[in-house]
Design a protein around this ligand. Structure first.
Ligand code: 77Q
Ligand code: MG
Length: 214
């Protein structure tokens, strides 16, 4: 029977990456998606910007909205200090099944908790269910029209610490105009745009980094 794109991405990881080597997992996915078929990973160009923000924040707790095949999950977790934790939310159970195997291949199961469901339902439960106090970094990469409502929800639930960072993918393509307008005009955020390109293409896209001032 016909395989799915996430299944083919997992196959590329299992064939070309070394077990327990997260960077080889990242490289294998990028090589596959650049040469065989496009997929909506943050990719290598925006991935380098992601790496620099993660390294600068050096977070103890990270929330990722939108796991897909686990590319950015693995990329972020590979840079975290020893006891740091990353919680990633994925709505699509078929993506979650693949992402769990990519995360396992990278050997990062101990750092990553993948939770299935929608952000609107799960964010209010993160404190009580997962013992989260507050996040140092939130990577937004899910439905683009959920970036703003979920940012407000994260604030309302007291899940973002003062000085915590929101990093949003795709603020140009597909775009998150209401989110951009909000974080760039709000006195409670200090925002910065990192111009780049849509993964594996020459189309403009970028990441928006917003520091929560409390
Ligand atoms: O749509 C994108 N991502 C979101 C996928 C669905 C997320 C669903 N989901 C996951 C967790 C979760 C929690 N709660 C609710 C919903 C949730 C995306 C698209 C493009 C893209 C596509 C075509 C094109 F021509 C140009 C660009 C590029 C990207 O980099 C992207 O990230
Ligand atoms: Mg994206």
């Amino acid at each position: 029977t016909q395989s799915t794109r996430p299944q083919r991405i997992l196959g590329a990881v299992q064939q070309n990456a070394t077990r327990g080597d997260p960077r080889s997992v990242v490289r294998a996915i990028d090589q596959y998606c650049r040469s065989q078929e496009w997929a909506m990973n943050v990719g290598d160009e925006k991935g380098c910007i992601l790496d620099s923000v993660v390294s600068e924040v050096n977070p103890s707790t990270v929330l990722e909205l939108g796991t897909y095949c686990g590319y950015s999950t693995v990329r972020i977790a590979s840079l975290l200090p020893p006891h740091a934790k990353l919680i990633t939310l994925e709505f699509n159970p078929k993506f979650a099944v693949i992402a769990r195997q990519v995360i396992a291949w990278a050997g990062l199961e101990d750092k990553i908790q993948l939770v299935e469901g929608s952000s609107g339902d799960l964010i209010p439960k993160l404190k009580e269910q997962f013992g989260v106090k507050a996040f140092d970094l939130v990577f937004l990469d899910h439905w683009k029209d959920r970036y703003l409502p979920d940012t407000k929800l994260i604030e309302e639930c007291g899940l973002l610490r003062k000085g915590g960072v929101l990093l949003a993918d795709n603020v140009i393509c597909p775009g998150a105009p209401e989110y951009l307008e909000f974080v760039r005009s709000s006195p409670r955020y200090e925002s910065q745009y990192f111009k780049s390109h849509l993964e594996y293409t020459k189309v403009e896209d970028g990441l928006e980094k917003s520091v929560f001032l409390g």
